[in-house]
Ligand binder design. Structure first.
Ligand code: ARG
Length: 421
């Protein structure tokens, strides 16, 4: 019998998909559940898969690799889709896809399957990642090809086959979560004018209800990777978990975004990403100290490209590989500490230091000990301004397109003779 490896969350949809794949495609179903943190998998997920009709259920703890190989490279790149979304969901998909492929190899399966609908980004990410890693594999997405059931239909379908619906009460929203963040959509959120109701949030408190006393925190980085909190070395998974809890208590990490999906529609998304927001602020603060102006400017272009490729499911493209290699190299000097204050929804950088700092106090100071050559500025500016003087000489000064302001603006003039107005 043909084998299919199904990405299985343990929820109602993927439980129904187990039965549906067996009945509609006449296949043996093996499930794969990947723990990517953030409470992403419930207890008894393997038992549920087997009860739904899977012949075998893999459960893999992917948390460490998720943070090391996907989350931290994205952090090093300052990757945020459309400048705001830290890409939690998008970053987990290539990891899950890779594991699907590996289990498919191990089980000599001909196909993999996932529970994504035909309207979102996630289907693209799974499908394209599998195409990049193992073009021989077929990808089946039951929700796209006939299994589109309403919640009631799914419950009835499951009940008729003796599959227990998950115990937790149905959420009003579609939620995906992992260590790097929680993504919430649908329901009342589909109206972009609606204030997100409090029940949308699970990891963050309302900023106004945050503790009156801010928390001060120091994060240590080595080559662009966070490695310590308040001087204590800490592993990647625990570091992100601790920051999620700590920053969430201060109401940090809520993001309300109207986002452009790859498939062409706009969608209102709420994210909670306390650790991501804090770490990105800290990382950027350290880069501002240790990277040159030209690196910072160029890296913004790279950030945007890496973010969009991640969002678009192109993690396993050659361009992404090479850009991440560039980013990694650029991080050699991003080592040092950043101090922040967590305060009513904001993570405010209050200090940064590094042995690799390019900041030179003797050059910057306005106090005694200034080593900057003020007189040299004259020659520098003469050369720097040369193109504009040449333009003015050849094509006329900027007055040819600029209107005078004096005379247009309210003004008073005082002088000693008292003849002013
Ligand atoms: N819009 C986000 C993204 O494309 C989040 C998707 C969340 N998925 C979900 N099933 N709720 O990455």
């Amino acid at each position: 019998m043909k084998k299919v490896i199904l990405a299985y969350s343990g929820g109602l949809d993927t439980s129904v998909a187990v039965a549906w794949l067996r009945e509609q495609h006449g296949v043996e179903v093996i499930t794969l559940t990947v723990d990517v943190g953030g409470g992403s998998i419930g207890d008894g997920v393997a038992e549920r898969a087997l009860a739904a009709g899977a012949s075998r259920a893999y459960v893999v703890d992917g948390r460490e690799r998720f943070v090391r190989d996907f989350v931290f490279p994205a952090l090093q790149a300052n990757a945020r889709y459309q400048g705001v979304y830290p890409l939690a969901t998008a970053l987990a998909r290539p990891l899950i896809a890779q594991l699907l492929v590996e289990v498919a190899d191990r089980e000599r399966a001909e196909a993999v399957a996932h529970g994504c609908t035909g309207k979102g980004n996630d289907q693209v990410r799974f499908d394209v990642a599998v195409q990049a890693l193992a073009p021989r594999l077929e990808v089946i997405a039951p929700m796209r090809v006939g299994m589109g059931l309403s919640r009631e239909e799914s419950i009835a379908y499951a009940a008729a086959r003796g599959i227990a619906a998950p115990l937790e009460k149905a959420s009003m929203y579609s939620v995906d979560h992992n260590l790097w963040g929680r993504s919430i959509e649908t329901g009342i959120l589909e109206d972009p004018w609606q204030t997100p109701p409090p029940d949308v949030y699970a990891w963050t408190v309302e900023p106004a209800a945050a503790p009156a006393i801010p928390t001060q925190l120091t994060i240590g980085f080595e080559a662009g990777i966070p490695v310590s909190l308040d001087g204590e070395e800490i592993g990647p998974v625990e570091l992100v978990e601790r920051l999620n809890a700590l920053a969430g208590r201060h109401g940090i990490g809520r993001i309300d975004h109207v986002e452009d999906r790859l498939i062409g529609l706009k969608s209102r998304e709420i994210y909670e990403a306390p650790a991501a927001v804090v770490l990105q602020a800290a990382h950027e603060a350290l880069e501002s100290l240790t990277l040159s102006r030209e690196q910072l400017r160029f890296n913004r272009i790279v950030s945007d490209q890496v973010a969009q490729a991640t969002y678009d499911g192109l993690w396993f493209s050659a361009l992404q590989r090479d850009l991440l290699e560039y980013v990694r190299s650029s991080q050699r000097v991003v080592t040092g500490q950043v101090r922040l204050r967590l305060d009513h929804g904001s993570a405010i950088v209050t200090g940064r230091r590094s042995d690799e700092s390019l900041y030179d106090r003797a050059l910057a100071t306005y106090d005694a000990g200034d080593t900057f050559d003020h007189a040299a500025a004259v020659g520098f500016i003469r050369i720097f301004g040369l193109p504009l003087r040449t333009e003015a000489a050849r094509h006329g000064s900027a007055w040819t397109w600029t209107k005078p302001l004096l005379g247009e603006l309210p003004m008073s003039v005082a002088d000693r003779a008292g003849t002013g107005s």
